[in-house]
Design a protein around this ligand. Sequence first.
Ligand code: ASP
Length: 434
Amino acid sequence: MTLTKKIIIYMIMGMIIGTLINLTDLMRFAWVNNYVVYGLFEIIGTLFVNALKMMVVPLVFVSLFCGTTALREPRQLGSLGGRTVFMYLLTTGIALVIAVAVASLLGVGEGAVFPSNLEYQAKEGKTLIEVITGIVPQNPVDAMANTEMLAIIFFAIILALSALKAGQAGERIITFFQDFNEVIMKMVLLIMQVAPYAVFALLAKVFAELGIEAIKSLAGYFFTVLALLIFHGLVVYPIILKLFSGLSPLVFLKKMRSAVAFAFGTSSSNATIPVTLRTVTERMGVERSVGSFTIPFGATINMDGTAIMQGVATVFIANAYLDGGLTLLQMGTVIIMATVASIGSAGVPSAGIVMLQAVLVQMGLPTDALVIILSIDRLLDMTRTAVNITGDCAVTCIVAKSQGRMSQAIYYDPDSGDVKQDQQSEDVKMVQEN
Ligand code: ASP
C-alpha cells in the first residue's frame, strides 16, 4: 500500500472513531477523556505536529537557498515573483467576490440574535504595514526563532544571490547547502512514516470534541462557509488550473490528497509546508527552484479559504446587526479588507479569526459575535487550511508551467513521489545503518 492511501484510510478511521466517541458521549468516562482523547490522541498528534514544525524553518531556508541558486539568473526570480503574486491575489479576489455575493444573496445572519453577554478578548493581529516592514529582518536568527516566514524567505534569497556572485567561495557554500538539502528531505521522509497514525489521532480528537449542538445553532453560517470552501477547492481551482496551464485538474486533485489530509489534521498551512513542498516537487514535477519559493510564500500570504470565511462572517454579522445588511459599496470594502486580512493571517490555527476582528472593526461592526463564530471554528479552520494549501499548489503549477519549469511526465505519472511502504522502510534502514 502507498503512504497516501494509508494516510487517507487512517484519516477516515480517525473521523469515524472521533464521531462515535462524540455521539455516544464516551467522554463522560474519565478514562476516555483523560487517557484516550486528551492522553493518547493528544500526545501522538502534538508530537507529530511538533515534528513537522521542527522541519519548517530549516526546510524553507535551505530549500529556498538551493532553489534560488538553481535559477542562476536573478532576473528570472523577478518574473517568477511577479507572476506568483499576481496569481495569488487573483485567486483570493475571486474567492471573496463569490463568498460575499453568495452570503449576501442567501442573507446569512438575517434575524440572528446573539446573547448580549458576549465579550470577545481582543487579540493583536498584524497590520498590512507591519507585514510589509517585517519582510526585511533586523536579525535573521530572531526571524528564524519566531518562524517569521517572509523574513526568512527574504534572507535566504539575498544569501543565495550573493553566493551566486561570490565565485569559488559561493560555489562551495552552494555545494554544502545542496548536501544539506538532501539530508533534510530524508528527514521529512522519516517523519512521514508515522503520518498515518498521527493523522488518525489528530482527527479522532477533533471529531470527539466537536460541538454538534453549537453547529446546529449557527447552521446558516457554518454550511455557507463549508459549501463555499468545497466549491472553491473542487470547482474554482480546477477551472483556473485548466484555463491558465492546460494541466489536468483531475490529476491535480488526486495528487493533493495527502497534503489535504495533513492540512486537515493540523489546521496550519505552516506546519504543512514540508508535505506541500513535497507534493508539488516530487508528485507534480515542479522544479525545486519554483516550489521552494512559491510554497512557503503562499503558506504565508495566500489564504483563499481564510478569505472566504472572513467574507461570509462579515456579511453574517452585518446582517445580524444592521438593518438591510451591507450596501454594495460596503461589500466592495469588505472584499478589499478581507484580501488584506487574509494576507496578514499567519498560517497557524485560528489566525483567520484574529484578523477577522480587524475587518469588523474597520467596517464599524461589533466584535462580540466572534465568540460565537469561534465556538464552531475548528472544523471550518481545518477545511479552509486545506483550501489555502490547495491554492498554493494550483498557483505553483500554473507559474511553473508558464516558465517551463515543470516535468509533465512526473505530473501525469500516477505513482510519482508516492512512497511505497517497503521502499520507505528501506530508506529508514539505510539511515539507521549509516
Ligand atoms: N489555519 C489557517 C491556515 O493555517 C489560517 C486561518 O484561517 O486561521 O492556513
